[in-house]
Design a protein around this ligand. Structure first.
Ligand code: UDP
Ligand code: MG
Length: 321
């Protein structure tokens, strides 16, 4: 028998979970009709939801023994959710997908067949349009991919998503990367393996609201730069060299001027501009080094990526079960 673990990170998804469960059941049946040697586990990660997500998961686990869940002690973020899912999954294959049906379950049979063919270790989807997304956000996203692919050795495919169907081998490789500051889009491509991209049009959320504000996405993009490239540090050094060269030229000009014209008072404007410019540059570069230092500081603490408060096993032990 082959087992497929479907990992679903959930944060405040009470509205969408019943819809998701209904849809995924249809697809699981469809796959089992074609592949009778396949069974499933549904592994939900409750990422410290403040609504009734956990209650819904308990109910689902009570009715359906394929349903498992891991509930975090607080909100640790989707990256931690995906990591916990992969770590707790028991399947020979692991699927990661969102709860909001933006990752259409209808692709699963195709993804399974792609991986089963033996040619690929991973099947994933790639959005070819950003329909329904604010224009400004799309523009920033496209710029992000352009820049990061220029400055990072790791290729990060535009439109690639966390919706992945992976073999155990690939999952174990990802799990061997224990870094605390996780940027999965980079990690998936850093580990390599043969990946098939299935293209599709963007789908909007089935219900509920996205938790990703523009600011959160911006910080996530910065996380990507700092986690998968040291180019900002090079930029800081280059800026330093350029301002040194400029300073050298300025010194020569000022000395020559002083010797020829002997007027020491003029040049106030130049002085103020230079002070502000150099001050700004220094703060900017210190900020860049600070970012790397902060990341290093967090990594050295070796804090756990997530903490569990409850799993379906705890719930099954209690009397109501
Ligand atoms: N999610 C999570 N923890 C968080 C934020 C989001 O586990 O802190 C989950 C969320 O429940 C959903 C998936 O990550 O299943 C994607 O989130 P969302 O739909 O809000 O993001 P978007 O699709 O807008 O990128
Ligand atoms: Mg979504």
């Amino acid at each position: 028998m082959k087992k497929i673990s479907i990992v679903v990170p959930c944060y405040n998804e009470q509205e969408v979970l019943p819809l998701f469960y209904e849809e995924i059941q249809k697809v699981m049946l469809q796959i089992q009709e074609e592949h009778t040697d396949t069974n499933f586990e549904l592994l939900f990660i409750n990422d410290g939801s403040k609504d009734n997500t956990l209650q819904i998961l308990r109910e689902m686990a009570k009715k359906d023994e394929r349903v498992r869940y891991v509930s975090f002690s607080r909100n640790f973020g989707k990256e931690a959710g995906m990591f916990a899912g992969m770590e707790n999954a028991k399947g020979d294959y692991v699927v990661i997908m969102d709860a909001d049906l933006q990752h259409p379950p209808k692709f699963l049979p195709l993804m399974y067949n792609t991986v089963l063919s033996g040619e690929y270790d991973c099947a994933t989807t790639r959005r070819v349009s950003r329909k329904g997304e604010p224009k400004l956000l799309s523009w920033f996203s496209r710029k992000f991919y352009k820049i990061i692919n220029k400055i990072s050795q790791t290729e990060i495919v535009d439109g690639a998503q966390d919706f992945r169907f992976m073999t155990r081998k690939m999952v174990d490789s990802i799990l061997s990367m224990k870094e605390y500051n996780r940027f999965s889009k980079g990690i998936f491509s850093w580990v390599g393996f043969r990946t098939k991209y299935i293209e599709y049009e963007n789908v909007e959320r089935a219900a509920g609201t996205s938790t990703w504000s523009f600011w959160k996405l911006f910080c996530y993009a910065l996380e990507g730069f700092f986690a998968f490239s040291t180019a900002p540090l090079t930029l800081a050094s280059v800026l330093g060299i350029i301002s040194c060269l400029a300073a050298f030229v300025m010194i020569v000009v000022i000395i020559v001027k002083k010797l020829c014209f002997g007027d020491p008072v003029q040049g106030f404007t130049t002085l103020i501009c230079a002070i502000f410019l150099v001050g700004g540059l220094q703060l900017f570069c210190t900020g860049i080094s600070g970012q790397y230092l902060a990341k290093t500081y967090l990594e050295t603490k070796k804090r756990p990526i997530y903490l569990v408060s409850e799993t379906e096993e705890d719930a099954r032990k209690t009397e109501e079960f």
